[in-house]
Design a protein around this ligand. Structure first.
Ligand code: PEP
Ligand code: MN
Length: 286
């Protein structure tokens, strides 16, 4: 049998972990994030600031992205910063703001969990737990979110192969939590003009190997605001089930990742373009 045709088993040179493997399921997995389904026909846009900074910043940004079609709100309350002297996030106060903006807008929220000891607390406020790149191989954390029943947004480690990425997801599924969304967010290469090298080839590869939904983060994937729209469009054209993007009502004043955050006007324009791309590849954006 031919092994690398479009329909046959993919010949990738490693054993695809059992639970995440496409072979283990007939249908693609739909992850339900408090009523928003990811992995179906709809391309789902997750948008919001890198970090929750204040009530005004979060509410103004959230209202705008919702109006323009974002379905899920992002915002970090606990931030993994390279420097211990950089803004570390608002902590539980940030979680409280996320839950009040959800109450007003009706948008489910996703926020990062960095430590096993935070899973219960963050689970009380968030609709989806984000495991960031730096923690993709934090196995105790993967097991802990696997024991939770919240959906998990698992970001690819910046040095992780596709095999390692799938094995990390397998950790979560092996604990009984099958609500995992994979996120390609760029990997480290020799290239320095961009913050990371966004591996768009990971989209068709992951879609082929696993039944889990695959989304893309063009903000961290490039690190450059003006590049985000091009890569967002390319990701949808390549088959991504959604995007997660950083948007800030005043990017130049952001405490974290402002240089890669879209402002509200850019986001609005991009959303109109994305809708057309989604339709061109037989998807929808509602
Ligand atoms: C983030 O989404 O804010 C983040 C820190 O992303 P990553 O883990 O991909 O660097
Ligand atoms: Mn960020």
């Amino acid at each position: 049998m031919e092994t690398n045709s479009c329909n046959g088993p993919a010949n990738v040179g490693f054993k695809i972990p059992e639970r995440v493997s496409r072979e283990s399921r007939l249908d693609s997995t739909l992850v339900n994030v408090a009523g928003v389904e990811v992995g179906g026909l709809d391309v789902v846009i997750i948008a919001g600031p890198c970090a929750v900074e204040s009530e005004e910043q979060l509410f103004d940004t959230a209202r705008a992205v919702k109006r323009d079609g974002a379905r899920i709100l992002r915002g970090g309350a606990f931030k993994p910063r390279s420097s211990p002297y950089s803004f570390q996030g608002m902590g539980e106060d940030g979680l409280k703001l996320l839950s009040s903006v959800r109450a007003e807008t009706g948008m489910p929220v996703v926020t990062e969990v960095m430590d096993t000891r935070q899973v219960d607390l963050i689970g009380e406020y968030a609709d989806m737990l984000q495991v960031g790149s730096r923690n993709m191989q934090n196995y105790p954390l993967l097991k802990e979110v696997g024991l939770s029943r919240k959906p998990v947004l698992l970001k690819r480690g910046m040095m992780a192969t596709i095999e390692e990425f799938l094995l990390a997801a397998e950790y979560i599924l092996s604990q009984g939590n099958e609500n995992v969304i994979l996120c390609e967010r760029g990997i480290r290469t020799f290239e320095t003009t961009t913050r990371n090298t966004l591996d768009l080839s990971a989209i068709p590869m992951l879609k082929r190997l696993t039944h889990l939904p695959v989304i893309v983060d063009p903000s961290h994937g490039t690190g450059i605001r003006w590049m985000v729209p091009a890569m967002a469009k390319a990701a949808i054209a390549a088959g991504a089930d959604g995007l997660i993007m950083e948007v800030h009502y005043r990017p130049d004043e952001a405490l974290c990742d402002g240089y890669q955050s879209l402002d509200l006007d850019l986001f609005k324009t991009l959303m109109a373009d994305l809708k057309r791309i989604a339709e061109a590849v037989d998807r929808k954006m509602s």
